[in-house]
Design a protein around this ligand. Sequence first.
Ligand SMILES: Nc1ncnc2c1ncn2[C@@H]1O[C@H](COP(=O)(O)OP(=O)(O)OP(=O)(O)O)[C@@H](O)[C@H]1O
Ligand SMILES: [Mg+2]
Length: 534
Amino acid sequence: MARKKDESVKERSADELFKDFKEVSITEFFRKNKAHLGYSGKLRSLTTVIHELVTNSLDACEEAGILPDIEVTLKQMGSEHYRFTCRDNGPGIPEQHISNVFGKMLAGTKFHRSVQLRGQQGIGVAGVTLFSQMTTGKPVRIITSTGNGKVHDIQLMVDVTKNRADILEDNVISQKWRGTEIQGELKGVLFNLGERSPYEYIRRSAIANPHLKITFVDPEGRKSVFDRTSKEIPKPPKEMKPHPKGMDTDELINRAKRSQSRRVSSFLETEFSRISKSKADEIQGMVNFDLKKNPRKMAWAEAEEITKAFEEIDFMAPPVEGLRPIGEEQIDKAVLKILKPEFSSVLTRSPTVYGGGVPFQVEVAIAYGGNSGRGNSDDGGRAEIMRFANRTPLLFDTGACAINQAVQSVDWKRYDIRDFDNSPVTIFVNLVSVHVPYTSAGKQSVSSEDELVKEIRMALMDVGRRFHRYHSRMRREIEKEARMNTLIKYSSELAAAVSKLARKDEEKLTKSLQTLITKKLKIEYKALESEDKK
Ligand SMILES: Nc1ncnc2c1ncn2[C@@H]1O[C@H](COP(=O)(O)OP(=O)(O)OP(=O)(O)O)[C@@H](O)[C@H]1O
Ligand SMILES: [Mg+2]
């Protein structure tokens, strides 16, 4: 039966519908979708601001070869209203770039480079400016100098419709200083000292960056200084060419369009890792066009032929020298200083690849006793999992994270940690890669690629075994002492009885009995220990 047309619904033409069609700026998009940047929830929003500022300061110092000295202050201005300050001794920001750094999204020095840094997208700090202005209506203040004797003291706001900053004030002061300080206000946020707080973010940053000195003054005026345990500045990040495995056609075409090479063959040889002249010849044999062609004129179907050849050819594994792990010795020093554990063990695995061609490396540590675990917080004595990606603490979105999944997949009972969740244990995992597969732009959780989960799990099982050895040794020591004490206690009673029966000197008998007990027990435990070592 034909339906009757509803008279109340008026038909509208496409022209009418498209009347409101217009472009939106990226800043406008994030203003409406701020949760994508990590600005959701009162506590998380505050931690996100600190995270963006601290990671930028660390990246800038590392690239400039400077030992970072960072000071973060939070001051309470009213209910759910705070003022933040983050000051670093980094390279500073050149005058002409200040407004783009703080007021333009998708602008930065890291996006196009395949380097292992904490920042990737060129959104972070403009997001801070935007969030501050959205909650208070006020500008942020930036004081920066490159050490040229001129210090800029600037106030700026973001013009969301244009994705750029309006500088409201720019005072230039003559002073010899180098670094950057950012100040601003936030409303609708909350501070506490819990496991997802700015305090915890800073504490964990200190553990994963032993060369960092960071000071935090909390809203109550309490000052925590995390001094550096190492003066070794990490090697500057090195750019890594992409590996052919895992390359898709769109990315290949884009790179070809930007290439300066005259031929597709030389483009492949110079812009990819592991493509030698002979590999380029092999590719030539598998495609139906001449690789002498200008790469900027390469058609989609031709690029597709190349990516197909990439899949079929065997290439050497990607080079890994661009990866920069923290290092076992450095982690150990930081863990000992900050957690003061009874036992700790650190392991850095060899680099390997995920997703067909992206190199990565895993570092883990286990700490037991002392300040390990969450025993000092309100939660009571519980296990603590510290997740890091390129030395940056990940505090949110725990459930879906590859690191968390790997920790949960280990059967800790096998390593003598019977009730893992309620043990005074800290598990530290740092994932190092030029491209960390985050699950969202908020960068708080790593996607569960099989290779990543497997590699982290193997490393954890290794340190788990080391803990097991330590723990059995400790248990044995306690047992040994208890047995020795009991036997020695009875030896004098036994000696007294024997001396009466055999008419021998009681003191001498006690002494020889005690020597016998100690000797026998020593032999017994030595045998057990060597069995253990095997
Ligand atoms: N404290 C600082 N000192 C020197 N340069 C800085 C500082 N903070 C930011 N920058 C520069 O500003 C750029 C933009 O920073 P922003 O945080 O927006 O993006 P990003 O760090 O490149 O990437 P992400 O969005 O992943 O954080 C950086 O790439 C860097 O060049
Ligand atoms: Mg950043």
